[in-house]
Design a protein around this ligand. Structure first.
Ligand SMILES: [Zn+2]
Length: 474
């Protein structure tokens, strides 16, 4: 009897731990070596050549035989690879198998989707994969790499980024990659850091309503509308690509090399810009949540962009891209950052979050812009503010119109359970990207209040003055 209870107790505790979650967070840090003497660098050039050759052969074999698993590839080819370059430390055969298996895996997936352009993947850029036998750190500024000419010691430049990880308790792992910078005769090292972060028990909530061009965030009873412009970025690049295509197709014919080159540059610029926007905003939100020990509440997104907001985009492919960038991508950035800070993330049902008044539970009648009037209380609401509060209500479990949780949730809105408080609470505070991108936090006394008022105002969603006057006199 006692045993059974003990087991049960242990299970419960385990469940609790899982509920709170311990996440392993992985980050890659790039460091550059010092410029190497020609003779030393030549060793790495030879090593790269051999490694590339091995990977090329392995990828060929893997693709021909439909192999995507490292273990199978190693079982079938290890001996042959070893006999090819017996002077090479044996572990390069392992890491090359891992590298090749990953390349084959992604190529075969593209092929299945009909998006592979060539019958075999090209091994164009190579970074040499290293494991615990092939390298080790020697102090903070140098490493030791095993090569066909014995072990070589390489010093590298200490950078701020690396120090930050070292000082904040991240663990350097044995997986690393090294790439050659032929122009500068340097090695570029990609080091992997890991850290285990456990989630805290939330003391409150920060709700996030993601839109195509902005993100509404409810923090301490104020809704901030952080402009991201993500759909504008997607659409902008789409049209630029289209113009390039039309022009180049006329001159060079469809699918020409110069056009492809430009596409490649455009899409990498687009990706980098979006990444930066998402990453910065996610960091800002997650930091605020961590400071308040709050959980972040997000909408549970479906697979399809069946959202009324982007229905105006007729091209399904483009609609998908806007959805991916603005909704999915933004959520993923928040999730990723939240894991790092141990911030719990809660998902709630997104249906009708902006249609019903959070105070009265009655339908909101929207006009042309994003503002509407509650059909019961007659007070005015901004769509994003409504969504944020309804997400909060759902997180609190008060979705069925239960008065207690409605009141609990809405106390900060109006300073009391009075539905018609200051209109300010029903209007979001708009913050343009140029502004929040420079913030590290929302300021000490609440929220960005340390900022010049005009700057905040300039970023506000254009207000319809007449509607606003109406609010005041309701
Ligand atoms: Zn109402």
């Amino acid at each position: 009897m006692y045993r059974v209870n003990a087991v049960k107790l242990a299970v419960d505790e385990g469940a609790d731990e899982r509920l709170r979650g311990v996440n392993e967070v992985i980050r890659t840090v790039t460091v550059r070596s010092e410029q190497l003497p020609r003779r030393t660098f030549r060793i790495f050039v030879e090593l790269e050549g051999m490694y590339r050759n091995i990977v090329e052969q392995l990828v060929l074999h893997a693709v021909n035989n439909n192999i995507t698993k490292f273990t199978r590839l190693k079982a079938e080819r290890y001996r042959e690879v070893r006999s090819l370059y017996p002077q090479l430390p044996s572990h390069y055969a392992y890491t090359a198998c891992q590298d090749a298996a990953e390349r084959a895996h992604s190529f075969l997936r593209l092929k299945r989707m009909g998006r592979a352009r060539k019958p075999y993947p090209e091994v164009r850029s190579v970074s040499i994969w290293l494991d615990d036998r092939l390298w080790r750190a020697e102090g903070l500024t140098s490493i030791n790499i095993a090569t066909h000419k014995g072990r070589v010691r390489v010093s590298f430049e200490l950078n701020k980024h690396l120090l930050r990880y070292v000082n904040r308790g991240w663990r350097l792992t044995s997986e690393a990659r090294v790439k050659l910078d032929h122009k500068e005769r340097r090695l570029i090292l990609y080091l992997t850091f890991r850290k285990e972060v456990s989630e805290y028990r939330p003391k409150g909530y920060i709700t996030v309503d993601v839109n195509e061009d902005a993100e509404a965030v409810l923090i301490d009873g104020v809704v901030y509308l952080f402009e991201t412009g993500l759909s504008r970025i997607t659409l902008g690049y789409y049209y630029r690509r289209k113009r390039v295509q039309e022009r180049y197709d006329r001159v060079y014919g469809p699918g020409s090399r110069p056009a492809r080159k430009i596409f490649k540059r455009l899409s990498s610029n687009e990706k980098a810009l979006k990444r930066e926007v998402r990453w910065k905003l996610a960091t800002l939100i997650v930091r605020e949540a961590a400071r308040r020990q709050a959980a972040i509440v997000l909408e549970r997104l479906g697979k399809e962009p069946a959202r009324s907001m982007i229905e105006h985009i007729k091209n399904p492919q483009l609609r998908h891209r806007v959805f991916q960038a603005a909704f999915k991508g933004m959520q993923r950035a928040i999730e990723e950052k939240a894991r790092e800070y141990g911030v719990p993330v809660i998902y709630v049902n997104p249906s009708n979050t902006s249609k019903v008044c959070p105070i009265h539970g009655a339908k909101i009648l929207y006009g042309k812009d994003r503002r509407g009037v509650c059909s019961k209380g007659g007070e005015t609401w901004h769509r994003d503010v409504v969504a944020c509060y309804n997400l909060l209500l759902r997180a609190l479990g008060g979705d069925g119109g239960h008065a207690p949780s409605r009141l609990r949730a809405l106390v900060p809105v109006d300073g009391g359970p009075v539905p018609l408080g200051p209109t300010a609470a029903h209007e979001p505070t708009g913050v343009p990207r140029a502004l929040w991108a420079r913030w590290r936090s929302l300021g000490t006394n609440g929220v960005g209040r340390d900022l010049p008022e005009e700057e905040v105002k300039r970023g506000e969603v254009s207000r319809d003055k007449r509607v606003e006057t109406q609010f005041l006199y309701i």
